[in-house]
Design a protein around this ligand. Structure first.
Ligand SMILES: NC(=O)C1=CN([C@@H]2O[C@H](COP(=O)(O)OP(=O)(O)OC[C@H]3O[C@@H](n4cnc5c(N)ncnc54)[C@H](O)[C@@H]3O)[C@@H](O)[C@H]2O)C=CC1
Ligand SMILES: CC(=O)N[C@@H]1[C@@H](OP(=O)(O)OP(=O)(O)OC[C@H]2O[C@@H](n3ccc(=O)[nH]c3=O)[C@H](O)[C@@H]2O)O[C@H](C(=O)O)[C@@H](O)[C@@H]1O
Length: 428
């Protein structure tokens, strides 16, 4: 196997061509390997084979087209096409069943597909973010299904992804990577494979340590965002702009306070802390409370909006509210666990009309002007770059009332003539 990886003749299969699987398949194909991407969504398979990615990511279409042109990448929904490969890389989703229980059904189904296709000596890599001990459990499942011995007849590794959507192709190359093997040799083979395109540092460890590392990283971020959000509550108590305070506090050599906002969305931060502490959640107060604080931010944003209504005696049930941004983060089309949806749910019954506009996702209205014309209030729920260029005073001319609520610190100087409220903006 080592030689086939070194001379790029190893045949690879990537299972799940989403935000992680497709870029990974493209990188490996452009590194010289023949890659078969297995994806259950046939419409996605068709789009990919036509040279157009189904996800928004800089550079993805040109990199996809070069992988297709050199014949090294093909997408399929037929499991027959991934028979007897040397390496299987599993990149399927690992959502929650409810608000805290991991749903590993996609992972298990993918592992069963691999077990039915692999051969003696195959290397199986799980890139998906999973609860600790999962890789070892999946290795046992493969043993039961194939009769092969883990670590001897096949290799198994957890190789977590750390990429940030919007910078995936840069980070795929320059991020440092961890390879957690069920045996040291498994980790070595995975490291050798990824070094075909990874320029960052690479580290080897056990599969369980690797699973914990990935979840610690995202939990660290979620807890720090919750701390920033709690600091934002202080802004009103002391009449300050918390962003100015955070910027100054971060001049300390060992302080890095995160950015407060309308909430924490995406496919990972809302779920990964639960994957880490499940099923003993009650033992982890700080991690649990951080999740509760972050999930409370859309409701806090609703309070700011209703406070503005009260200031001009506007009956909420008569108001038109325009939500700018549906994606969970700026310049993305991903709406998974988006705080905007939580806010819309929270106000829908209490206001006259909710309009939405997002340049990447769409919305109830096709243009910013149409979404804002005649509205009483605007709530900024995503920090798309295009929102930072809006001339609010201009836009205010077509509004009925001029309330502006900033959930993503997009507005630096509140526009004249508006009732402005922003998360962390205690000076207004
Ligand atoms: N999205 C991100 O930025 C990052 C995601 N991750 C982790 O990577 C994993 C995948 O995340 P995403 O790519 O965002 O999910 P995704 O939902 O975009 O992609 C998963 C893909 O796998 C397909 N799929 C599911 N079961 C399948 C099966 N049995 N056979 C073939 N295809 C199957 C789905 O149709 C989907 O297209 C998750 O565990 C996530 O936590 C880790 C780091 C970054
Ligand atoms: C430790 C870390 O930085 N993890 C990254 C994270 O990326 P993700 O796509 O979830 O984006 P993110 O920048 O963490 O934002 C998540 C959510 O949190 C919000 N957010 C983010 C940073 C901040 O200071 N304040 C804040 O409110 C964002 O608006 C968004 O709604 O999770 C990814 C993942 O695991 O999917 C991971 O690969 C990325 O490296």
């Amino acid at each position: 196997m080592r030689e086939k990886i070194e001379n790029r003749t190893a045949e690879l299969a990537v299972i799940g061509l989403g935000y992680i699987g497709l870029p990974t398949a493209i990188m490996l194909a452009n590194a010289g390997f023949r890659v078969t991407g297995l994806e259950i969504r046939e419409d996605v398979v068709e789009k990919i084979n036509s040279g157009h990615a189904h996800i928004i990511e800089p550079e993805i279409d040109e990199l996809l087209q070069s992988a297709l042109k050199n014949g090294n990448l093909r997408a399929t929904s037929n499991t027959e096409d991934i028979k007897e490969k040397d390496v299987y890389i599993i990149c399927v989703q690992t959502p929650l069943k409810d608000d805290k229980t991991p749903n590993l059904s996609y992972l298990e189904s993918a592992v069963r597909t691999v077990a039915g296709a692999m051969k003696k000596g195959s290397l199986v890599i799980i890139e998906s973010t999973v609860p600790p001990l999962t890789t070892a459990k999946m290795a046992t499942l493969i043993e039961e299904l194939t009769g092969l011995k883990a670590g001897e007849d096949f290799y198994m590794v957890h190789a977590p992804e750390r990429v940030m959507p919007g910078r995936i192709f840069k980070e795929l190359v320059y991020n440092s990577r961890i390879f957690g093997g069920i045996t040291p040799e498994s980790a070595e083979l995975a490291e050798l494979l990824y070094r075909s395109f990874v320029k960052g540092q690479t580290f080897k460890t056990s599969s369980t340590v690797s699973e914990v590392v990935k979840l610690m990283e995202n939990t660290f971020r979620d807890v720090n965002i919750a701390l920033a959000n709690e600091f934002a509550f202080l802004a009103y108590q002391y009449g300050i702009n918390v962003f100015e305070a955070i910027e100054l506090a971060n001049t300390h050599p060992r302080v890095r306070i995160h950015i407060p906002g309308i909430g924490v969305g995406g496919h990972c931060l809302p779920k990964d802390p639960h994957l880490l502490i499940w099923p003993a959640e009650e033992d982890f107060g700080l991690i649990r409370l951080a999740r509760e604080i972050n999930d409370s931010m859309p409701l806090f944003t609703k309070d700011l909006l209703f406070k503005a209504f009260r200031e001009i005696n506007l009956p909420p049930e008569e108001t038109v509210v325009t939500i700018l941004g549906l994606a969970y983060k700026g310049n993305s089309d991903d709406t998974r666990n988006s705080p905007a949806s939580a806010l819309i749910e929270a106000i829908r019954e209490d206001v006259g009309e909710v309009r939405t506009y997002d340049p990447y996702v769409g919305g109830t209205h096709e243009s910013l002007e149409a979404a804002v014309s005649g509205a009483d209030a605007i709530v900024i729920a995503t920090d798309h770059t295009s929102f930072k260029a809006i001339n609010w005073e201009e836009l205010g001319k077509i509004m009925r009332n001029k309330i502006l609520i900033d959930g993503r610190h997009v507005v630096k100087e509140p526009p004249k003539g508006f009732i402005f409220k922003g998360i962390g903006r205690g000076e207004y």
